[in-house]
Design a protein around this ligand. Structure first.
Ligand SMILES: Nc1ncnc2c1ncn2[C@@H]1O[C@H](COP(=O)(O)OP(=O)(O)OP(=O)(O)O)[C@@H](O)[C@H]1O
Ligand SMILES: O=P(O)(O)O[C@@H]1O[C@H]([C@H](O)CO)[C@@H](O)[C@H](O)[C@@H]1O
Length: 153
């Protein structure tokens, strides 16, 4: 289910009150691939509930260029919700997930092995709320960009 941004903090608070460990991650997830799947499965194993912040179409354009995204924000959010590992998605419009993390206060924030904890601007926000940042594995050679290149020939 794609959560409304304004309702998401209350839902997360309620889950935490129920004793659930809430894991958060974020990204563009434009064309889903096996790297995303492996990563989201590993993310879910870090806790009980997995929430994925999905970059809005305008923020993907700013981050990845005018020709992106291929799939719009609702489609990307819904596709992720169809995965077994994902409990909820939330669309965010900013260039970083810092504000959303400040609102949701997850117990664990994860990114794939293409990131370093010390380079993430959101690390300080996660830790301010007593949360932990974990960098997970990386499936080599798998990316949306590679799929786009292959289709273009
Ligand atoms: N091959 C992979 N293995 C593990 N994790 C991945 C992989 N590719 C992406 N991720 C993770 O998935 C999340 C979303 O990444 P993103 O949608 O930017 O993937 P991408 O395929 O690299 O995209 P693009 O090619 O458009 O830059 C990020 O947190 C990233 O760390
Ligand atoms: O799909 P991507 O490119 O992994 O997602 C981006 O991740 C950035 C990362 O969390 C460092 O801040 C984030 O800032 C950006 O908004 C995309 O979600």
């Amino acid at each position: 289910m794609i959560l409304r941004r304004d309702l998401a903090p209350t839902i997360v608070e309620e889950l935490k009150k129920q004793g659930k460990k809430v894991v958060f991650t974020n990204g563009c997830f434009d064309i889903l691939h096996v790297g995303h799947l492996t990563y989201l499965n590993e993310a879910k194993r870090q806790g009980d509930i997995l929430i994925v912040g999905v970059n809005s179409d305008s923020s993907v354009k700013r981050l990845k260029g005018e020709s992106r995204p291929i799939n719009n924000e609702i489609d990307r959010g819904e596709m992720l919700c169809g995965l077994k590992a994902v409990d909820y998605t939330v669309i965010f419009h900013e260039d970083t997930p810092m504000e959303l993390i400040d609102e949701l206060k997850p117990s664990i924030h994860v990114k794939g092995g293409d990131y370093k904890k010390e380079d993430l601007p959101e690390t300080k926000i996660v830790e301010k709320h007593g949360g932990e940042v974990r960098i997970l594995g990386f499936v080599e050679g798998k990316s949306t960009t590679n799929i786009v290149k292959k289709i273009q020939g």
